[in-house]
Design a protein around this ligand. Structure first.
Ligand code: EPZ
Length: 429
């Protein structure tokens, strides 16, 4: 286990480049399985979740070749197996996309039930409902999801009972090669859904409406290869925007799509932070400048384009030193406040009632030995450590490595005093 040693109190100043979007990458890689020719994926983020998927590919005879730092060739044409083992799959939430992709390609799939961050019950009933509507027979056997469709999938109308990113993408994947028309109603609208649809369309699929709540997929028999560039990670960008504001810094977050970050920019401006968007001719950027304690605000997490649940934890760290009381409501995940106990160890005054956190701003946080319980809790505690007086020892940073590329290097380049050490302690929640 590794840890971060952070000496807080340094203003972040300078430029930071955002990597490719984790939640797009972990869906586009499985989507490549559907192609009948090699694909080149550009701008893959070098994070642990991507490494795990590449390990799974190796076991499935999908060839992965690094063409250059940001170009990866993936050849699924020799793939014969449709089984993904527990050992690899249990380390990754997004392994559920292998189900839709393998079912779409082979008419069979056997995938261990997914792992990932412990932030709620995380059912996949809507994924299974959608795949069953397309004709798949699905059983859970010894911890595996076993899905078959002897005569191939057939398009259908699927109404999602909850707005689910994962179910929307999984059904899109399975439908891309199904016979006829699939309509997904009450679909999620997150930017990575549009990104997966764009990738599939460039490979020859016919998907319309991604980014709205009705998606129509006309199945195609053949999907050729393509070269595709993954969008920038709006959650990584939002994390650096919050870290910049929390340290009362002045940071240009580069390689972003500003519209994907409107909810975050608006909330930061409400807190008294100066946020400006720009275009340097090559990339869009967002500049974040702050020089005083934030004003308290209320935050409610919602599906896109609402405020993202994946930034609820980092913004709570910043609000812990606001001048007054903030109320945060977590509407997506029922157990995404595990970072609160750690923030309290640093002096924060936060009370939880079910899905509501009441954050009474304190004057300052103080460094402490703390633990990350999940990916975004880790990001929140880094923000807290950067703001705090003194030394913070953040354990369990393996969670952070799952979704942030070289976080400590990017922060160091902005002037943070943050180092990785290898004698961290693991804590199981
Ligand atoms: C995706 O998870 C992201 N993960 C999550 O990011 C993100 O928090 C979440 O979407 C919401 O934006 C990936 O993209 C890999 P959902 P996902 O299905 O797809 C309920 C991060 O930190 N639900 O949109 O698993 C569910 O319990 C991660 O990067 C069902 O009831 O989320 C939740 O309350 C964490 N039945 C809500 O819907 C289902 O079949 C939204 O979940 C599926 C979901």
């Amino acid at each position: 286990m590794e840890k971060f040693i952070i000496r807080g109190g340094k203003r972040l100043v300078g430029d930071v480049m955002v990597s490719g979007a984790k939640n797009a990458a972990v869906a586009i890689l499985p989507a490549v399985i559907l192609a009948d020719a090699p694909c080149t994926v550009e701008n893959l983020p070098w994070i642990e979740d991507v490494n795990i998927l590449c390990d799974i590919f190796e076991q499935l005879d999908v060839r992965v070749e690094q063409l250059s730092e940001r170009r990866t060739m993936i050849d699924p044409t020799k793939m014969r197996s449709y089984k993904a083992s527990f050992e690899t799959v249990s380390r990754l939430r997004a392994s559920y996309y292998l189900l839709g992709a393998m079912l779409g390609k082979f008419g069979h799939a056997e995938v261990a039930l997914p792992g990932g961050c412990e932030i709620g019950q995380r059912p996949i009933d809507q994924h299974l409902k959608g795949l069953r509507a397309l004709g798949a027979q699905i059983e859970i056997e010894r911890g595996n999801i076993v899905a078959h469709c002897e005569n191939g999938l057939v398009g259908a109308e699927v109404y999602l009972d909850v707005v689910s990113v994962g179910a929307t993408i999984n059904i899109m994947l399975a439908a891309a090669k199904a016979k006829g028309l699939t309509t997904i109603v009450n679909a999620a609208k997150e930017p990575h859904i549009v990104d997966v649809a764009n990738f599939l369309n460039l490979s020859g699929a016919s998907i319309k409406g991604a980014g709205t709540d009705i998606i129509r997929v006309h199945g195609r028999e053949y999907l050729g290869g393509c070269t595709y560039q993954i969008i920038p990670d709006q959650i990584e960008a939002g994390t650096y925007m919050i870290a910049a504001a929390a340290t009362r810094g002045d940071v240009c977050v580069r390689n972003v799509i500003p519209t994907h970050l409107e909810a975050v920019s608006a909330k930061l401006m409400e807190m008294g932070v100066r946020v400006t968007e720009g275009d340097d001719g090559r990339d869009f950027f967002i500049r974040v400048q702050a020089d005083k304690a934030p004003r308290p605000v209320n935050v409610k997490t919602l599906p896109y384009p609402g405020f993202p649940t994946d930034l609820q934890q980092p913004i709570m760290a910043m609000l812990s030193v606001a001048k007054g009381t903030s109320v945060i409501v977590e509407n997506i995940w029922e157990d995404r406040f595990k970072h609160v106990g750690q923030l309290r160890r640093m002096g924060a005054n936060i009370n939880i009632d079910n899905r509501v956190a009441i954050v009474e701003g304190v004057k300052a946080l103080s460094g402490a030995p703390i633990y990350a319980s999940d990916l975004r809790a880790g990001a929140a505690l880094v923000v807290a450590g950067l703001m705090a007086e003194g030394r913070t020892e953040l354990n369990n940073v393996d969670f952070i490595d799952r979704g942030y590329e070289a976080m400590e290097k990017k922060l160091s380049a902005l002037g943070a005093d943050i180092k990785r050490a290898s004698d961290g302690k693991a804590m199981v929640y």
